[in-house]
Design a protein around this ligand. Structure first.
Ligand SMILES: Cc1ncc(C[n+]2csc(CCOP(=O)(O)OP(=O)(O)O)c2C)c(N)n1
Ligand SMILES: [Mg+2]
Length: 377
């Protein structure tokens, strides 16, 4: 990645949209003239722990899907730094809206077995997120961006002190919802941060065919607010850029607009989802090139250089993460769903048609029993 750094003189947000912010080199050494964020040592270690936890959860989730114990699942490997670095810059009262791949942002707010339940097909996994100020997951691309603008606008009108960080992909920037959300965010000057996880692909569609713009960050200038490109595989850089964006969202200086569009440059190491075969549209050599920037060994390098971890403490972190994930999986497997829940989540109050369908389903269960209903033809 190009070697641009955050220096104290040049704050991250006062840059051109193609002037990428980076703090760590590929091995985790601090770049010359880069300013390391002012965080306590245990915060740096937490960032590493959460990235490792998220990667491990990812590996286990893919394995569960292969065993038929989890539904279709989108892998986050390679994208941890953007999700975890940026979430570390938020206060608990700030909201996160995410697409579907940002498990790392969720993990940073605390991992519950209910999150896995969502990926097993149970909507209850979305209910739990609200308690952590995380908006429900959004499979339909771009649809949550206008909600981010609306929530941020409402919050501003209520005089709250919150920021709304909305994660989405490079593919989502081609949706009308992206344009509408950014446009109104600018018009109403709302405390929203549009965080684009540019992982170079929208399924098989490469970034080069997504937009003719040089960068995604530069699109912000059309809406009248700051756009900034950051090395999305550098957790310290994503932390710092988000921190400055949050500060501006909540307390803009004279003449500053509250919203920010952050384009985090990264790469998805794995398949788009467990239903995808990436070898059809990209070659291994490209994947290997990007793995050089893997955020986890990079953060490990930074921590070792600072004397914050050694082999022993790293082993203990990994063991702790394995236990957390194993417990969460065990607990999720004990869930005994009632199939009538199918009818519960589309509407606050069921419509007459939904009530009819539920009654018909109940009649079928009574007449045939669950076993017969679940039998494969
Ligand atoms: C409105 C809509 N159109 C199409 C799809 C099918 N679809 C699922 S994922 C995806 C690609 C999204 O790419 P991007 O926004 O870059 O996110 P990424 O998967 O790379 O994280 C598409 C087109 C969808 N889910 N919703
Ligand atoms: Mg993408």
């Amino acid at each position: 990645m190009p070697v641009d750094t955050v220096s104290e003189e040049r704050t991250a947000l006062g840059r051109e949209a193609d002037d990428r912010v980076q703090i760590l080199d590929a091995d985790g050494a601090v770049l010359d003239d880069a300013a390391v964020p002012d965080l306590a040592d245990d915060q740096f270690v937490s960032m590493y722990r959460e990235m490792w936890l998220a990667r491990h959860l990812d590996e286990r989730a893919i394995s569960l899907q292969r065993q038929g114990r989890l539904g279709t699942y989108p892998s986050l490997a390679g994208q941890e730094a953007a999700q975890i670095g940026s979430t570390h810059a938020l206060a608990d009262e700030d909201w996160i809206l995410f697409q579907y791949r940002e498990h790392g942002a969720v993990v940073t707010r605390g991992l519950s077995h209910e999150y896995l339940l969502y990926w097993m097909g149970h909507e209850i996994g979305n209910e739990w997120l609200a308690d952590r100020n995380v908006f429900p997951l959004n499979i339909s691309i771009g649809s949550h961006l206008p909600h981010a603008t609306g929530m941020a606008w409402a919050s501003k009108l209520k005089g709250e002190d919150r920021a709304f960080v909305c994660h989405f992909g490079d593919g989502a920037t081609s949706e009308g919802d992206f344009h509408e959300a950014c446009n109104f965010a600018g018009v109403f000057d709302v405390p929203a941060i549009f965080f684009c996880n540019n992982n170079q692909y929208a399924i098989s569609m490469g970034r080069g065919r997504q937009t003719a713009s040089d960068t995604i960050a530069q699109k912000a200038s059309a809406y009248g607010f700051d756009g900034i490109q950051v090395d999305g595989m550098d957790p310290l850089a994503t932390y710092e850029v988000t921190r400055q964006a949050v500060q501006k969202a909540k307390n803009p200086e004279e003449g500053q607009m509250r919203p920010t569009l952050i384009e985090a440059m990264m790469y998805r190491f794995g398949a788009h989802t467990t239903a995808d075969d990436p070898s059809v549209y990209r070659d291994d050599e490209e994947v290997e090139r990007w793995k050089r920037w893997d955020p986890i060994p990079r953060m490990e390098g930074f921590l070792r250089n600072r004397g914050l971890v050694d082999d022993e403490s790293l082993d203990a972190i990994h063991e702790e993460c394995r236990e957390i994930v194993a417990d969460v999986i065990d607990e999720s497997m004990t869930y005994d769903p009632n199939p009538e829940q199918f009818f519960e989540h589309a509407y606050e109050e069921p419509t007459p048609r939904v009530r009819e369908q539920l009654a018909e389903f109940q009649r079928l269960r009574e007449r045939h029993g669950d076993e017969a209903l679940l039998e494969d033809e």
